[in-house]
Design a protein around this ligand. Structure first.
Ligand SMILES: *Cc1c(COP(=O)(O)O)cnc(C)c1O
Ligand SMILES: [Zn+2]
Length: 411
């Protein structure tokens, strides 16, 4: 990997070699970050080269990634659509051409987490491991299960018992060994860490394995390429553990350092008001966060003890991010707006970023004429119960024309 310089701890600066099994800092236990040689990337890849490429997946950007090559068979991860969403823009109070939706619910297991899991599977293979494990609010788990299944790896998964049925069904269908933990995400993470230690499985916990963020950052590489490398002023993303926003930021920074974009977007960090430890600290540009209850219907971002606060809070301060917290009601509204004005079906955490934009616009935090990309991180079919709660049950009739006439005004 001539493009990779090594790894560096984000807390104490200790450097380490970027070996496939790399986890946390050997000195302080902090989270490692993969570092690149941007001159090397610059001299080996141009926008024109990229435009010629046939690869339609996250692996299109190998020069920006800590892998030499990727094996097959594999799922098609990435290459999700970026829509210009004028009708939704208007509904949110933005101008024409000012809103884009990156629909990452269109990934193979229906969330952005596929980008991290596909990376985990490649790195586990490089490390010569055949058993891989994670704890997850649900999507990291289902994506690991799917990406491991196609590669023939055995997956051990720990999820909180509250995980929506759709996600649990995916896990079972992909043949993962699933443990439902009767407790919070915090409890789930703890037991998974102990088990991984005990059994020696490859660790797919995104906050511990620094490669996973490198997979997640491909969402930004795609957004930039899809925008012709002319970035929107803002990019909005929902935040749980903090790995996604950190990955999103890393992707833009990498592009900037390698000369592919000439200005960085501001991020909009969106959390649920019922669980917003990162935004509470981030709003003050502080790195001192305190645990919170996990009190929101957006299960994927119901993370009371974030596992990647340092990288997330760095992303917030470096990008001078807006921090916006949204209520469950506002999330339900955003789910409906995405559906009705853009035809995009999002799970609650997937719609949260859009709810955040709506609120930021309403509160006058977005300047006139600004452009925004909203990342839909997960598909609504994963959590049908909340979708029905948001949109309501349809009316039901006997197969009778008269009954139909009677309810026409309620359709
Ligand atoms: C995991 C997830 C997030 C947040 O990512 P973090 O890395 O936990 O901050 C947001 N939305 C969805 C749908 C997710 O699955
Ligand atoms: Zn360290």
């Amino acid at each position: 990997m001539r493009n990779v310089v090594g790894a560096r701890c984000v807390s104490c600066g200790t450097r380490a070699e970027a070996v496939p099994g790399l986890t946390v800092c050997p000195k302080c236990g902090g989270i490692m970050d993969i570092e690149y040689d941007y001159d090397y990337i610059r001299s080996h890849l141009t926008k024109e080269d990229l435009a010629q490429r046939n690869e339609r997946s996250m692996w299109r950007y190998l020069e920006f990634l800590p892998v030499e090559k990727v094996g097959k068979p594999r799922l098609r991860v990435g290459a999700s659509p970026l829509y210009q969403a004028d009708r939704l823009a208007k509904a949110l109070g933005l101008g024409e051409g000012k809103l884009y939706i990156k629909d990452d619910g269109q990934n193979p297991t229906a969330s952005l987490k596929d980008r991290a899991s596909a990376m985990a599977v490649v790195k586990a293979g490089e490390a010569g491991m055949t058993e891989i494990a994670c704890s997850s609010t649900g999507n990291a788990a289902s994506s690991l299960a799917g990406n491991a299944a196609v590669a023939g790896l055995t997956a051990y998964i720990f999820v909180p018992a509250r995980a929506p049925k759709g996600k649990v069904a995916q896990l079972r269908m992909f043949g993962a060994h699933v443990v439902l933990v009767d407790g919070s995400y915090e409890d789930t993470f703890r037991i998974s860490a102990e088990a991984i230690d005990h059994f020696g499985w490859y660790n797919r916990n995104a906050a511990i394995n620094p490669y996973l963020m490198e997979g997640k950052k491909t969402v930004s590489l795609e957004i930039a390429e899809q925008l012709g490398f002319k970035m929107t002023d803002y990019v909005a993303v929902s935040v749980g553990d903090g790995c996604t926003i950190a990955g999103v930021w890393k992707g833009f920074k990498d592009l900037y350092e390698a000369g592919f974009i000439d200005r960085l977007p501001r991020l909009i960090s969106v959390q649920a008001s019922g669980c917003c430890p990162i935004n509470t600290a981030g709003a003050k540009r502080s790195f001192d966060w305190t645990p919170q209850e996990e009190n929101t219907i957006a299960d994927s971002i119901a993370v009371g003890v974030p596992r990647n606060p340092v990288k997330a809070l760095k992303a917030i301060s470096e990008s001078d991010a807006l921090t916006v917290n949204v209520s469950d009601e506002e999330i339900y509204d955003a789910m409906k707006l995405l559906g009705r004005y853009a035809g995009v079906f999002a799970e609650p955490a997937g719609a949260a970023a859009t709810a955040g934009i709506r609120k930021a616009v309403a509160e006058g935090l977005i300047e006139e004429g600004a452009s925004i990309t909203t990342i839909v991180t997960g598909n609504g079919l994963k959590d049908v119960a909340n979708a029905i709660k948001a949109a309501g049950e349809p009316v039901k009739i006997k197969p009778d024309m008269e009954e139909l006439m009677n309810i026409m005004d309620r359709l």
